[in-house]
Design a binder for this molecule. Structure first.
Ligand SMILES: NC(=O)c1ccc[n+]([C@@H]2O[C@H](COP(=O)([O-])OP(=O)(O)OC[C@H]3O[C@@H](n4cnc5c(N)ncnc54)[C@H](O)[C@@H]3O)[C@@H](O)[C@H]2O)c1
Length: 320
């Protein structure tokens, strides 16, 4: 399969690109390289791999790169609420208008499969006694999730017998990537416990679902392998019901792995999101079974921190 990964140099994308390449895909990455190209150094120069630097806001460049691909996975975005709030205009131009350009160029190029990386953040605040399903109302609380919800709508509406788009609402990611992020909760808490011996937790009662980036890559592979009728115009929450964790509990899990770290709880905070999510649709229809627990993910990051794998994890290149 000739697969184009748009945004394939990022935290999730670099792991997905390598995973699909290892499974035999001809992989093209199209990316603005906001965080450089070092994340793809294992792939650059290999057969069946091509890196093209470009911007999804540039329709001509998209048209050129998409031609000849069977599948497009769209990950390129301004990712996370802080990054979107810093520059709302670029967030809308990229996450919504840019996403629609990728969609339209893919349809024109007669691409068959289209997989869109959306987010469980779209649920915003959900009833803590219920698990949010793909049918639950969306409640986007930020520019980031509003752009994702709008892009989802257009992508799902494009499904027809010739074009097979799928929306994945991904849990908050964890895990080690060649483009590491220390602004995501699991790695953020683990770094704070290791470096500062203290994790400051805002809104300990808030729920978040988590999924490892390698499991995310497996989910994309399952979608690409599934029969069209299973995934055409469908939304899947990607994660596992066991990995819905309250932020306070995540802090205690980190404390169990990083001896001597203390926790400080601060009520409220600026981020009111809280959602518990149901992942049974991806399990039942795609056979998706995440392999990584949050505990193992904490251990993975902690082991590399102890080995000084990232000489300066406070460097801004690790933060969106
Ligand atoms: N990381 C998570 O926890 C998480 C959770 C849910 C959903 N997602 C989604 O997964 C996707 C990837 O997230 P990530 O954590 O890897 O983010 P990231 O910031 O590490 O990667 C984003 C990539 O997009 C590229 N990009 C940005 N603007 C571009 C443009 N105009 N043209 C071309 N490329 C551009 C960047 O250069 C970067 O390589 C995003 O769509 C995000 O919304 C991520």
């Amino acid at each position: 399969m000739k697969t184009l990964i748009v945004g394939g140099a990022g935290y999730v994308g670099s792991v997905l690109s390598e995973s699909l390449w290892r499974q035999g895909h001809d992989v093209t990455v199209f990316d603005l390289l906001m965080f450089g190209d070092r994340s793809l150094r294992a792939l650059v120069g290999q057969p069946r791999f091509r890196l093209v630097r470009g911007d999804i806001r540039d329709g001509r460049a998209l048209e050129e790169v998409i031609a000849g691909h069977d599948a497009v996975c769209l990950l390129a975005a301004i990712v996370g609420e802080p990054a979107c709030n810093r520059d709302e205009r670029t967030a809308v131009e990229t996450n919504l208008e840019g996403a629609l350009k990728v969609l339209e160029a893919s349809q024109r190029a007669a691409v068959d499969r289209f997989v869109f990386s959306s987010t469980c953040s779209n649920y915003g605040i959900s009833d803590a006694n219920l698990l949010a399903t793909e049918e639950s109302p969306l409640n986007p609380l930020s520019v980031y999730s509003r752009t994702k919800v709008e892009a989802e709508k257009a992508i799902l509406a494009a499904a027809d017998e010739r074009f097979c788009p799928t929306v994945l609402r991904l849990s908050t990611a964890f895990g080690v990537s060649p483009r590491m992020r220390f602004d995501l909760l699991v790695s953020d808490f683990t770094l704070a416990a290791h470096r500062d011996r203290k994790v400051v937790i805002y809104g300990e009662q808030f729920w978040r679902p988590f999924v490892h980036i390698r499991d995310m890559a497996d989910a994309v592979q399952l979608v690409l392998d599934a029969p069209g009728e299973t995934v055409r115009g469908e939304v899947f929450n990607i994660g596992s019901n066991d990995a819905n964790v309250q932020k306070g509990e995540l802090g205690r899990m980190v404390q169990n792995e990083v001896a001597g770290a203390e926790l400080e709880f601060i009520p409220g905070g600026t981020d009111p999101r809280s959602y518990r999510v149901d992942f049974s649709k991806a399990a039942a229809r795609l056979g998706f079974r995440p392999q990584w627990t949050v505990r193992r993910g904490i251990q993975e990051v902690y082991e590399l921190l102890q080995k000084n794998h990232w000489p300066d994890p406070g460097d801004k290149c690790y933060y969106n």
